[in-house]
Design a protein around this ligand. Sequence first.
Ligand code: SF4
Length: 394
Amino acid sequence: MPTIPPSPVKADPALDAITAKTQAGQRLTLDEGRVLFETSDIWSVCDLADQVRRRLHGSRAYYNINQHVNYTNICALSCSFCEFSRKRGDHGAYEMSVDEIRARTAEARDAGATEIHIVGGLHPYLPFTYYTDMCRAIRDEAPRIHIKAFTAVEIVHFARISKRPRDLRGVLLDLQQAGLGSLPGGGAEVFDDRIQKQAFRGKLRADAWIDVHRIAHELGMNSNATMLYGHVESIEDRLTHFDILRRAQDEALTRRESSSGVSDRAQGCFQAFVPLPFLPDGSDLTHLAGPDGLENLRTLAVSRLMLDNIPHIKAFWIMQTLPMSQLMLRCGADDIDGTVVWYDITKCNAGATHQEMSVWDLRRAIVEAEFEPIERDTLYRRVMRDGAAWHVAV
Ligand code: SF4
């Protein structure tokens, strides 16, 4: 019988101190993060992230039943990584009416969705009332559905079009009063001015992105955070990104703690981090290869280890693919997102016109990876369900 050769990858002694710190629940430095990104012993990094994930969430793996609405692809910006945006009059340009969004909401409600996830381009002509009307229509049509909507760059755009460029709080408050429940994490890309100029000119700087989320947290809303990686950024840029998020979360958690009992409004924080691999097809950066599978696993695992104060790490199957998301559950992820009826922004299957996963497929993927599937709502509360009827477990 042939002998199996030993693994060519040797355990890296540089990981010993990091392992000890992680197991003791201590925060890792950026230098230690660099070791995690550079070691050849990627599987030990994944194992370590798995230990942290199991300490936080045991064998639970979360998913939700949600509907994505991308209300327009018409956008004033032209980010070079974006295959989604169009200019008005371009082939394929579209904008949805509030009535269309209402109809989409009714479908989602009837299918038992607990969340509507809304993002779109920065439409140069739609008035701010379009967005508040959209939230009110959804609230009216499906009062129990959580509205998770509008990335930070959209919120800044709304402040401009509502002629209140310095009043982000007022804009967020108007949206909250119309029904907005929390913010998604998009638009962060990579927090670095050099990269911004090179690839996302006109998009938000890190401080502006953080400002929007801080104000949303102060108003009691939770939010997510993303990082688009695998294009022109360096390992240092990824670590800086983690550091900025980790410090912003420290501040959010401190605010929440100091306000509990003295304020009538609960303070929000970041709930989940979502690493997003750059997909070059259809963008202006098709000459780049994009990250490979191992890089995707490693980046997710390092995010679990570095972002010690953000409770959830999401393997966003729509960009990572479902098979890769299964592996990621073993490398630090505890969430694979939702059924995602229709998502137009990026497609892991080139040419797909409709991306959707059945609950059965999501649950089966989680069970196959040897985790316990738990349906959650947007706020990570357990959902109990009988068909389309659902309630949050107490
Ligand atoms: S990434 Fe967003 S802001 Fe940039 S061009 Fe695409 S839709 Fe517009």
